[in-house]
Design a protein. Sequence first.
Length: 87
Amino acid sequence: MTDKKEDPIIITITGPDGDERDYVQDTVIPFAGKEFAVLVSIPEKEDSEEEPDIILARIDRDENGEAVYLPPTDEEYDAVADIYDAM
């Protein structure tokens, strides 16, 4: 029996200053009928020792069923962060 690993999901996030950064989806947490992705930044340089950024994003679906990553509300963020911390 062979374990099939899923390909990592890479998301490009544009920050408030217009800079783009790539994140890998670490895990998905269900909460209140919605899904929330824990996204971990990918270092820009392979040998970088910088601490990764970790962000939470709500996963919505567009009219084609494609995933759209949006900022959670403050209440969603607090609840999902608590769930993640308890994992």
